[in-house]
Design a protein around this ligand. Structure first.
Ligand SMILES: [Zn+2]
Ligand SMILES: [Zn+2]
Ligand SMILES: [Zn+2]
Length: 291
């Protein structure tokens, strides 16, 4: 029919033949020469799409957006997979690529961005766990690498180091701290030795550790360390070494629970020379011993 031919021409196609049945036509794209199958109704009422030209347009739009078009998303016709400039594969709406190409929005690779945030957290001694549990976009959920405590922190505060750990109280920039060994004598005359760290060992002993301040106790060693961060790390490493090398010297919590307010980190007095030797090795060359 003449008006079919005219409609096809207006829409960028030439009619080649009737195909299949009386409702279908084969059209040739005037841009690329591709043959497409179109329903007569579609030709009259809409713009038939040439798959080759459409795909070419996706490729060009992606290029203009600084992306490489990979393929359509099989699950959602509005989405496609692209390769970002960083090499990561990303899934975005076609419409998003168009907006980036038009300079209306910026492209951000989520993978690269997450890696950036993980690095900046690690630089402050924290691990990025995920988004803020309270859904504040300025906050994230982090884990303190030294003590394992998890808390929400504003990303800006993490970036500038204005963080204090809610569990170990570690401030940044870190204050000097101490590793120490204390000897206790329980009311039943059993002697124990505790290895620990604190930025104020005396205060820790008298205000936090002792249930009975009359219980005999004595600082055997105090070793200053540049930062609390380092003190925690050294202390953890020492406890691990002691537990593994001398498992029988670890005193069960029940033995001292009534007198000393810690859960672990207490050893039999026989361990004293080993613990002091470890502390002395750390102390050099700046030792603060005895107290
Ligand atoms: Zn075409
Ligand atoms: Zn990336
Ligand atoms: Zn902590």
């Amino acid at each position: 029919m003449p008006h079919w031919i005219e409609a096809a021409r207006d829409k960028g196609y030439d009619i080649v033949a009737r195909i299949i049945d009386r409702f279908h036509l084969a059209l040739r794209c005037q841009h690329c020469g591709e043959l497409i199958k179109v329903r007569l109704f579609t030709l009259i009422s809409a713009q038939p799409l040439c798959s080759v030209c459409t795909q070419k347009q996706w490729v060009l739009t992606a290029q203009a957006a600084g992306l490489i078009f990979l393929k359509r998303c099989p699950d959602n016709r509005h989405y496609a997979f692209y390769e970002a400039a960083c090499g990561h594969k990303i899934r975005r709406q076609f419409e998003f690529a168009e907006r980036v190409a038009a300079g209306k929005t910026d492209l951000r690779c989520d993978i690269c961005h997450k890696e950036t945030e993980m690095r900046e957290a690690a630089a402050r001694g924290w691990e990025l766990i995920g988004p803020d549990p309270e859904s504040d976009p300025n906050y994230r959920h982090y884990r303190h690498s030294d003590c394992g405590h998890e808390q929400r922190i504003a990303r800006a505060n993490l970036q500038t180091g204005r963080i204090s750990c809610g569990a170990c109280g570690e401030q940044w920039p870190a204050a000097p701290s101490y590793l120490y060994a204390i000897q206790f004598t329980l009311p039943n005359s059993r002697e124990l030795v505790k290895l620990g760290y604190s930025n104020n060992p005396e205060s820790r002993l008298y205000h936090q550790l002792l249930r009975d301040t009359d219980m005999p106790c004595e600082f055997l060693r105090k070793v200053s360390v540049n930062s609390g961060q380092l003190a925690i790390r050294l202390e953890k490493r020492l406890h691990k070494k002691l537990r593994e090398s001398f498992p029988d010297a670890v005193v069960p919590h029940a033995v001292f629970a009534d007198q000393i307010k810690v859960k672990s980190e207490i050893y039999d007095i026989a361990m004293t020379p080993v613990i002091l030797a470890e502390l002395d090795a750390l102390a050099e060359p700046t030792s603060v011993s005895g107290s």
